[in-house]
Design a protein around this ligand. Sequence first.
Ligand SMILES: *Cc1c(COP(=O)(O)O)cnc(C)c1O
Length: 381
Amino acid sequence: METNRIWLSLAHMGGHEQDFIRQAFDTNWVAPLGPNVDAFEHDLETFLANNAHVAALVSGTSALHLGLILLDVQPGDEVICQSFTFSASTNPIRYQNAVPVFIDSEKDTWNMSPEHLERAVKDRIAKGKKPKAIIPVHLYGMPAKIEDILSVANRYEIPVLEDSAEALGSMYKGIHCGTFGEIAALSFNGNKIITTSGGGALVSKKEEWVQKARFLSTQARDTAPHYQHSQVGYNYRMSNIVAGIGRGQMQVLPDRVEQRRKNNQYYHQQLSGIEGISFQSEPSPDFYSNYWLTTIIIDPEKTNGITREDLRLVLEKANIESRPLWKPMHLQPVFSDYPYYGEGISDNLFEKGLCLPSGSILTEMDLERVVNVIEQELKNY
Ligand SMILES: *Cc1c(COP(=O)(O)O)cnc(C)c1O
């Protein structure tokens, strides 16, 4: 009997995380700053290269929120956002009482369509309101068509806030995701490619912005012996304990990327021959995905009516966790009243797509088990 549960994406410790935490205890650096925070930021800067500066924060969501604040997003401003994403890309727009404008995906990367982006920018400007920022996402680790997005952004002089929460280790033309936008956000939540249990970071080539993020994330204290404040501050800084986990995880990040890519390759080899299954895959050698999650599309017209939900339930019965793709933001009750520019690509992805177990911690036997269940279901009819 196969009873152990196979999860979608679990934390995978490298082994040295507790050494860094012990150091923090031994030196009594149990605070929302300290040597582990500095060193973790340094490790990330070295990894990302491309002159990136990094501020370690409590979450990816807080990084996106501070990003919008640095870009001066005010109540009533419009911010363009990829619709096909996790709600954390969009919520910070509403924290600022700004208005999200959603953009559909394109077929190659499943990320923001540069064509619909340009159409939206023109239309918003014609309606009298130039968007304050553009939030593209590298979903499931797949780099967006960032060159085309940046060229629209530059043409209309709108800054890009890159949501790279799922894409640490992904690259476009050899350059790391998270270093393309004016500002970018990373996440180290429990299920991401590396984790600090919970955490995130703000990235920018502009060092003054990263310093400003550190300032705002520690309650915006002016230099004075007493507590003096000229701005509204936030309690968003990463703790020295959490950063210790991050330092341990940075030692194994390249291995984690390699393993997730291997998982993806395995699924591809085993399943791409089955009629009705297709993959999110790199459109050209310019794209290098960390394949945080391996995702498939099930086309019921070619599977004799078997849907992604049928497949999900069959996997669940075999004690295997899988999950529908992100439900687009323009379809979410909380965001459905905001403008949307698209043609139903992301609606279709949501309807037919499934995320397969993809953790770096999975064994070959785990992957075989998943493949066998899918093969049996789809070859049965
Ligand atoms: C995880 C995630 C976030 C938020 O990161 P947290 O660290 O969980 O706050 C933002 N955007 C995307 C696309 C994510 O997957």
